[in-house]
Ligand binder design. Structure first.
Ligand code: HCA
Ligand code: CU
Length: 429
């Protein structure tokens, strides 16, 4: 499969967990520093099963280890291709002939070439003036286009959002005849949604036939909203990583983006992806990062976890009361109701009566709940709240039941999407 024979879908995720993601400072925090080959293979397999067609990796010049691992990743991709379709492995390379040559030699399917266009980059990074950047990029790309028509070519002006638009266009005008798409990265995370919308529209007007790729860093917490805005304004390729890991605070989270597009009923863009694997993929990468799925991640068990007594009793009756989103479709297949000092008598009765089969009526449940709130603060964390409740069941002399109680809660796992009458606005039944 080559660039000449693939027609990009309405939304192409360009996953860069194995490139941008490996630049995450979190890997350093616990002394891991890099993904092992096995980590990379697990992640690549997950991405391919998910339906991602563009996977960005480091150029082989980064290290001998990266170069060797690439061969293993390529072999894995080839193994999976028959059953899951082809995924393009693209190298992130500087606009240096040597770097480009090594990526071509290694057998990459595409080149993501970048060069700083902002004044900062001109002055402190490569030290070249804008016209020199444009000239160099043009000559490299023209040559690649002529000799390697089967290779995907993408050019990005690094730090695009601190580059005046006319400067960016001066460079892009030179390279646009030779590339499959142009990239507009917000390298330092300064962009706002308004600015993104304006820029993507301006870009679409100037280059109507060239797809745009966007890449948003999360320094202001805008990586997700900027990506959504860019898609709305006409960007077809979006760079993401699993969990949004990347340099500094990272970039747009892949599953968060697809989840939000789904909520906006943008099924055309979302359905090529195996969304039920979203949560498993988040867990896979969190595990490799030695952490839990971050609590701000939209596709997380945290968002199906309930702690406050009022929430818990309502969720027992109807989960939709405090769960508005179809997380089960994204692979978060269960919910957690956590016992603790905030729990009320409803959950006490549910826990002791229906999970542990104790025979207890409402009055006893209320009494135990009152007692629980008095003692639990002193007994945790040595004992878990669940243990405290079980001890209280003993103290209160509760007996186990042999028959289910007549007034048992009717706890049902509800299937999403919820029926139209109960659905949150804009989630259809
Ligand atoms: C980097 C910078 C980059 C490149 C993005 C791109 C960015 O780490 O090399 O090539 O489009 O954010 O600008 O990730
Ligand atoms: Cu980046």
């Amino acid at each position: 499969m080559s660039a000449q024979h693939y027609h990009p879908r309405p939304l192409e995720i360009v996953d860069t967990t194995l490139r941008e993601g490996q630049q995450s400072p979190l890997l350093h925090d616990y002394g891991k520093y890099y993904f092992s080959r096995q980590d990379k293979m697990d992640i690549l397999r997950g991405l391919i099963l998910y339906g991602v067609k563009f996977v960005e990796l480091f150029a082989p010049v980064v290290s001998p280890r990266e170069a060797e691992d690439f061969q293993a990743l390529k072999a894995l991709r080839d193994d999976l291709a028959a059953q899951h379709g082809y995924a393009f492995l693209v190298a992130h390379v500087r606009a240096h002939p040597r770097d480009i040559e090594s990526a071509l030699q290694a057998g990459f399917d595409g080149l993501h070439i970048y060069m700083g266009t902002s004044l900062m980059a001109q002055k402190y990074n490569h030290g070249k003036a804008l016209d020199e950047v444009a000239r160099r990029a043009r000559s490299l790309l023209e040559d690649l286009h002529r000799h390697h028509p089967e290779i995907w070519l993408r050019f990005s002006g690094e730090d695009a959002f601190r580059t005046p638009l006319e400067d960016l266009f001066r460079v892009y005008d030179q390279v646009v005849p030779y590339v499959h798409r142009l990239g507009m990265p917000d390298t330092v995370g300064v962009a706002t949604p308004d600015q993104v919308a304006r820029r993507v529209r301006a870009f679409r007007e100037r280059y109507p036939d060239t797809p745009l790729e966007v890449h948003f860093h999360d320094d202001r917490g805008f990586a997700l909203v900027n990506a959504l805005t860019a898609v709305r304004a006409g960007a077809q390729f979006v760079d993401t990583t699993i969990l949004g890991i990347g340099e500094r605070s990272g970039i747009t989270s892949m599953t968060a983006l697809l989840f939000n597009l789904f909520l906006e009923e943008d099924y055309e863009r979302v359905l090529p992806y195996q969304i039920h694997l979203s949560y498993p993929l988040n867990v896979l990468v969190a595990d490799k990062m030695h952490m839990l799925v971050p609590f701000k991640e939209p596709v997380s068990l945290t968002n199906r976890t309930h702690t406050a007594g009022v929430h818990q009793q309502a969720v027992l009756k109807h989960a939709g009361t405090y769960e508005a989103m179809p997380l089960a479709l994204f692979g978060v297949n269960h919910r957690d109701i956590l016992l603790g000092p905030l729990s009320g008598w409803n959950i006490v009765r549910y826990f002791l009566g229906e999970v542990h089969y104790y025979d207890l009526d409402e009055a006893t449940a209320r009494e135990i709940a009152r007692r629980f709130k008095e003692v639990v603060y002193d007994r945790v964390p040595e004992a878990s709240p669940a243990q405290v409740l079980l001890d209280l069941a003993q103290e209160f002399g509760l007996k186990k039941r042999t028959q289910p109680p007549a007034d048992a809660f009717r706890v049902e796992e509800r299937l999403y999407p919820a029926p139209a009458s109960e659905a949150a606005p804009r989630i259809r039944g």
